[in-house]
Design a protein around this ligand. Structure first.
Ligand SMILES: Cc1ncc(COP(=O)(O)O)c(C=O)c1O
Length: 400
């Protein structure tokens, strides 16, 4: 029996553990994992009806599986979206969104400071006749000026990766609405525990579920959220045909990850604020980027729009030139004995990386410069260790 009818009016933390449950006749308490490629039919007529979409049962796990449905329903409840489509990774969520909404001769407006692979994906769509214009995330006038008659998608991250810039969601979604262009927001850094972009006017939410939704660095996954019409009429056919589907096992891991999301975010955000304040007091640190700090240029907006500053803290090291700034950044990273040197984020284990030579290496020096990603920049994704231990680990490289 589905519990969906009992969910109206329940709070976020209740939905995180209760939404999406549809018990089998065995009455299992934990959510079941359906590891099956396909589903059997009672007869040929039922098979025909299922393939035609006239019978709502499951067919084939490329486009329908009960464990994926449970994950999709739970995440939709948490984001306040009508519908959700799970994907194999965050990148496949972005790819499917573009495939579904934009065709040859059409145009995307994206913020300049997006995840490196996202910018590369948009540039790759250039091969198929789709152009992308990049605008500063925080400049609403630039968003409006970049819209063309053939613009079919506006795309942004807030907070952005890695500089934690904050977009004014109400202002940019008002522009999108005025021009009839859907606005997609990558909500990977904030998660619905801190921010629900659709409540602020966005049409589409994108997730790399690989990050905080899993929360323990185990699996890849992604999701697209939006209206029933967008998800079922426009994007499901794209997913069904192209096949970048989330595996049932990964969906099950992510479903369980959602249960602890808000507890993890609360603690990781509190630790991140402590670490950010400590970094700001270090003489060898030139600048700290963290929305929870008063020094962040969009601090007031972040406080209005998000429930906390997030758990990503980036900081810039001094350097006389690019080479010495990079050397100083690498020194801090190499001095760490506890923190993990890895490109992933959102884990309960704190991770540290140098965006210019890792996550944002392949976009090239010019795009990095335009996005403000310098050679002295280090990105920290604060986990659940004691903040004092995180600071002590960073001290070695900072004082060397
Ligand atoms: C903000 C953001 N969006 C999307 C992605 C892509 O997600 P995935 O690695 O799950 O494909 C990442 C990955 O780091 C990211 O940081």
């Amino acid at each position: 029996m589905s519990n969906e009818s009992f969910l109206d009016g329940l709070g976020f933390d209740t939905l995180a553990v209760r939404a999406g449950i549809d018990r089998t006749p065995f009455g299992e308490h934990a959510e079941p994992l359906f590891l099956t490629s396909s589903f059997v039919f009672e007869n040929a007529a039922q098979a025909a009806a299922r393939f035609a979409g006239d019978d709502p049962g499951f067919v084939y796990s490329r486009f329908s599986n009960p464990t994926l449905k449970a994950f999709q329903d739970r995440l939709a409840a948490l984001e306040g979206a009508q519908a959700c489509l799970a994907t194999a990774s965050g990148m496949s969520a972005i790819m499917a969104t573009v495939l579904g909404l934009v065709k040859q001769g059409e145009h995307i407006v994206s913020s300049a400071g997006v995840f490196g692979a996202t910018a590369q994906l948009f540039n790759m769509f250039g091969r198929y006749g789709v152009q992308t214009s990049y605008v500063p995330l925080t400049d609403a006038a630039a968003w409006e000026a970049a819209i063309r008659p053939e613009t079919r998608l506006m795309y942004l991250e807030t907070p952005s990766n890695p500089l934690t810039e904050i977009a004014d969601l109400a202002a940019i979604s008002a522009i999108a609405r005025r021009h009839g262009v859907p606005l997609a927001v990558d909500n990977c850094f904030a998660t619905p525990a801190l921010q629900r972009p659709m409540e602020q006017g966005a049409d589409i939410v994108i997730h790399s579920a690989t990050k905080y939704i899993d929360g323990q660095g185990r699996v890849l996954g992604g999701a697209i959220l939006g209206s029933d019409k967008l998800i079922h009429d426009t994007l499901l056919p794209v997913m069904r045909t192209t096949g970048p589907t989330l595996s049932a096992f990964n969906a099950w891991v992510l479903l369980k990850g959602l249960e602890t999301l808000s507890v993890r975010m609360e603690r990781q955000c509190a630790s991140a604020l402590q670490v950010a304040r400590w970094l700001e007091a270090q003489p060898t640190v030139r600048r700290v980027y963290y929305p929870g700090l008063e020094s962040h240029p969009q601090h007031a907006l972040a406080l209005r729009q998000q429930q906390a500053g997030g758990a990503i803290v980036s900081f810039e090291l001094h350097g006389d030139d690019d080479a010495s700034a990079r050397m100083n950044a690498w020194k801090v990273i190499d001095g760490c004995k506890v923190l993990s040197i890895t490109g992933n984020l959102g884990d309960v284990k704190t991770t540290i990386t140098h965006p210019a030579s890792t996550t944002h290496q392949r976009i090239g020096p010019e795009a990095r410069k335009a996005a403000g990603i310098g050679e002295g920049l280090v990105r920290l994704a604060v986990g659940l260790e004691s903040p004092a231990d995180i600071c002590a680990d960073l001290t070695r490289g900072l004082t060397a």
